[in-house]
Design a protein around this ligand. Structure first.
Ligand code: E9O
Length: 603
């Protein structure tokens, strides 16, 4: 799916700004043929939760409504006009002038709809109904329950099966873009590098709609020089002396695609891309043929006021802090991040592990769904099994959106699922197969393992190209005892290496909750001293394991969660506070990471 962009043939209108908003109390049905009786102001893009002083709004479970009006410039009325949501969390029903024009489920991927037939001259009214409810038919997974209050009214309750606040709303940009009626629908690029002679072939497919006489593709380098060109929808453009996209040293080419009718260019799209090679071989993760070492983070889209909403200054700052520390990568835990962030990572040379919102899958995967019907179950097992449908859709939409990004080097198919449970392999095998079938660049795939899943009990290790471990010895297990933690860490990593000498192993989570400003003469848990000692202990072990190819700690910054006795205004495992102020350990990690090269760290 193409990112909306202005070109010689396309205009983008941004519907960001202040919309009208209300939560749906479900007392009076909402009549979409009339303006919403909504009086609150709500900024878009951003989560709605932290934009008011109301506890009721912040903690609302159910439906919310957004509305705004816009006029369509007359000069665009002859064009094909597309309304596009960067995301709508978690399920959306979109109405234009009172007509339902589209519906989408899944809160972290874009969707779009043509609006020409529903536009009117003058003011157009755009209304969006959103649900923030989660259950076993959604990703992430939540436990959903309905009860009644004293007056017999339905009360919706959600217990999130994951450790981050269930921010929702129109969290990413809402845009309208124009194209001609015959247009470029999609571009798929699969550059193949020849590392020995520094050449590459830019393979690709252009998908078009409508009458097309010819398609011309021109490759431009960073100096805007034409380095290759071809015509036709299938391309194989040879480039010599290529500039590779490298971690920390991004080089981006642009593929200018032009669609011709009657000898005239009628549609143009410019796709930015990088040329690089990813491979997993003999226990190494290779980028451009060199063994890469991941240094970085699990993150969240999480900020004061914006919640999970797009904040470009925050994204720019986060990547800057990472680079300053000598970090080179992060995982989009636990959902695909904004398209703007992915583009920024391409530009900044930050390496990304792209994760679907498959978090909270503590199911038992015991049944073959295809043979069963809802009535075969007396409990909620059927609903649980429907997670697979949502999972397939999330993988499909993530890869469709992110397939061309140079920064994306691996797909994460799930975070901390019950890989130990019976049926887990049968559940995950088709999903890994799907990702491998859909990705034109054939990136490696992984799924991160929760600490209760051990080398002996993990049924899904054969599926993963890279073993990704989330481990908390000394924190969740043996809290405060770093000596025992060191032994456990070492024993486990060496055991994984012995059993899978050809698979790279990395940590995709490890950390300790730390209250900024809390110090201890005795290095107690929650103190900044303990956090530093914990990371020093882990680093020592990492350096002893040859197949260990990366450390992504948990978490980049403190973040908001649901309430819980272990959460003090959220999860405090950040090495930065939520305001991005460094905790003490940042100095240690900066010193460590600046001294670890991106390549060839492990012999
Ligand atoms: C997922 C992440 O979203 N992993 C969790 C992180 C955490 O800080 C969370 O924020 O809690 C760690 C899961 C560890 C489970 C260990 C249980 C061990 C029982 C002995």
């Amino acid at each position: 799916m193409l990112y909306p962009m202005e070109t010689a043939s396309r205009v983008v209108l941004d519907l960001s700004g202040v919309w009208r908003f209300m939560i749906d109390k479900e007392q009076i049905p909402v009549d979409v043929t009339r303006p919403l009786p909504a009086t609150l102001s709500m900024a878009v893009p951003a989560s709605f939760n932290d934009q008011t002083a109301s506890k009721e709004i912040r903690e609302h479970v159910g439906y919310v409504w957004y509305e705004r009006c816009f006029e369509m410039p007359q000069l665009l009325r002859q064009e094909r006009l597309v309304l596009r949501f960067g995301s709508a969390t978690h399920e959306a029903w979109v109405y234009l002038n009172g007509h339902l024009i589209t519906h989408h489920k899944g809160g972290f991927t874009p969707f779009e709809v043509e609006i020409n037939d529903d536009l009117v001259t003058g003011e157009n009214r755009l209304t969006v109904k959103l649900s923030n409810m989660l259950d076993y038919t959604t990703l992430p997974v939540g436990h959903y329950k309905e009860t009644q209050n004293e007056t017999g009214q339905r009360v919706r309750q959600l217990d999130e099966n994951f450790d981050f606040f269930n921010y929702a709303g129109l969290q990413r940009p809402v845009k309208i873009y124009s194209t001609p009626h015959s247009y470029i629908r999609d571009i798929t690029l699969t550059p193949k590098v020849n590392l020995t002679n520094h050449s590459a072939v830019v393979n690709g497919e252009i998908e078009t709609v409508g009458d097309v006489e010819q398609v011309v593709v021109t490759i431009l380098d960073e100096d805007n020089q034409v380095v290759g060109t071809t015509s036709g929808k299938t391309l194989a453009i040879e480039l010599n002396s290529v500039h590779l996209w490298q971690p920390g040293k991004a080089y981006l080419y642009r593929a200018k695609v032009e669609l011709y009718q009657a000898g005239q260019v009628i549609d143009t799209y410019i796709e930015t891309f990088g040329i690089r090679q990813i491979a997993v071989k003999a226990g190494k993760f290779l980028i451009n043929g060199q063994p890469f070492y991941f240094k970085g983070f699990g993150k969240h889209e999480d900020a004061y006021i914006h919640g999970r909403g797009l904040s470009e200054p925050q994204n720019v700052l986060d990547l800057s802090l990472m680079k300053q520390m000598g970090a080179n990568s992060f995982r989009t835990s636990h959902y695909p991040y904004s398209e703007e962030m992915m583009r920024l990572c391409d530009r900044e040379g930050i390496v990304v592990i792209d994760e679907v919102p498959a978090v909270g899958l503590m199911l038992s995967f015991t049944f073959d769904v295809s043979a069963l019907e809802k009535d075969d179950f007396e409990d909620d097992t059927w609903e649980k099994l429907r997670t697979a449908e949502a999972h397939r859709q999330a993988i499909t939409e993530m890869i469709d959106r992110d397939k061309n990004h140079a920064s994306v080097v691996m797909w994460s198919i799930s975070n901390e699922a019950a890989n130990f449970s019976k049926g887990a392999y049968e559940y995950f095998k088709p999903l890994f197969d799907l990702a491998r079938k859909l990705d034109p660049q054939q990136r490696p795939c992984t799924s991160t393992s929760i600490m209760m899943t051990t080398l002996k009990t993990d049924r899904c290790l054969a599926l993963a190209d890279v073993i990704a471990l989330n481990r908390y010895y000394g924190w969740y297990m043996g809290n405060g005892d770093l000596k025992a933690a060191e032994t456990a860490t070492r024993e486990e990593l060496l055991a994984y290496q012995a059993k899978f000498p050809d698979k790279p192993i990395m940590y995709t989570e490890y950390g300790a909750d730390t209250i900024a400003g809390l110090h201890s003469n005795y290095d107690e848990p929650f103190s900044e001293e303990f956090q530093e000692d914990y990371y020093r202990m882990c680093s020592r072990v990492f350096d002893e394991v040859t197949n260990f190819v990366g450390e992504q700690l948990w978490n980049f910054a403190d973040f908001q969660t649901k309430f819980g006795i272990q959460r003090v205004q959220g999860n405090k495992k950040g090495i930065f506070t939520r305001a991005r102020e460094p905790k003490m350990v940042v100095r240690y990690l900066t010193q460590r990471w600046r001294n670890i090269p991106d390549f060839n760290y492990k012999k």
